[in-house]
Ligand binder design. Structure first.
Ligand code: SF4
Length: 269
């Protein structure tokens, strides 16, 4: 049997945005330097995760402690980034991060009854025929499992970014594949079904810091399809079988800043 093609939950959207870029990053192992705004996102998630984990295990982490964890992560020496590539300074990043983490811990997290935070999952191998195995994998980075009203569970996934909230609602567009993968992995790992719609908790890091939610239905169906329509796993399997990873020079990430293949790719302008 051939070695499986491993696709992390968080990278499905990238595979179908520009597959050529995805191949560069995940199969050819090309790397970009991270921007400060991305580092801010990582730091915000670290702060909110320690807070929510503490709510589960009763370790008594306060909102102030969570803000401290966010600052530590933002300033961590291993958190390398190139400040010349960003539209935000470190003091601004700290201010935005502190505002969002405090607001999340005080106003948002208490509304939820979480049962797991950033849960580890068992890899799920899907035999796509012709010796191609697609392996779904990944910690549920930034996601929580929440108790649903009336019993059962659903996913709540935190998304931060410059445009994570628009017109008072979390932007859900493009997150379906990752959510669907989380749902498959949760069910595979625990043997329990996901019974409720998924929720995106958006944290906006540009302009006025804002937090809002949005709903994703049928994430799983996006991945596995139904009796009439193929899912994304089937399309991905075709790419892996043929080795054809299509370029998309119209991708929003088609720039030297976001694509490590940009210097050698001849498909963009
Ligand atoms: S430069 Fe543009 S088209 Fe080429 S791989 Fe990167 S994102 Fe895709």
């Amino acid at each position: 049997m051939n070695a499986p093609f491993t696709v992390r939950a968080s990278s499905w959207a990238g595979l179908f945005d520009c597959a050529y870029r995805w191949e560069g990053i995940h199969l050819l192992k090309l790397r970009n330097v991270v921007g400060l705004r991305a580092a801010l996102g990582t730091a915000i998630h670290a702060g909110t995760a320690v807070f929510d984990q503490s709510r589960l295990d009763g370790s008594g982490i306060t909102a102030d402690d969570a803000a401290g964890a966010m600052i530590d992560k933002l300033r961590a020496p291993e958190n390398e980034f190139d400040p010349s590539r960003d539209d935000i300074t470190m003091p601004e990043a700290e201010r935005v991060g502190l505002t969002l983490v405090s607001k999340y811990c005080t106003d948002v997290s208490p509304k939820y009854d979480f049962v797991a935070v950033e849960m580890e999952t068992k890899p799920l191998d899907i035999d796509c025929g012709d010796g191609v195995i697609v392996r779904l994998t990944g910690t549920m980075d930034r996601a929580r499992i929440r108790k649903a009203v009336g019993g059962g569970v659903g996913i709540a996934d935190l998304k931060s970014g410059a445009t994570a909230v628009r017109q008072g609602a979390a932007v859900t567009q493009g997150h379906g594949p990752q959510i669907g993968t989380y749902e498959l992995l949760y069910e595979h790992t625990t043997g329990q079904p996901i019974t409720d719609d998924a929720e995106i908790i958006g944290l906006k890091t540009k302009g006025m810091p804002e937090i809002a939610t949005g709903t994703i239905r049928n994430g799983k169906r996006v991945m596995v399809g139904d009796q009439d329509n193929p899912g994304l796993i089937e399309f991905a399997a075709e790419m892996f079988k043929t080795g054809r990873f299509y370029p998309n020079p119209k991708s929003l990430l088609c720039s030297p800043k976001y694509c490590p293949r940009h210097a050698t790719c001849h498909f963009h302008d």
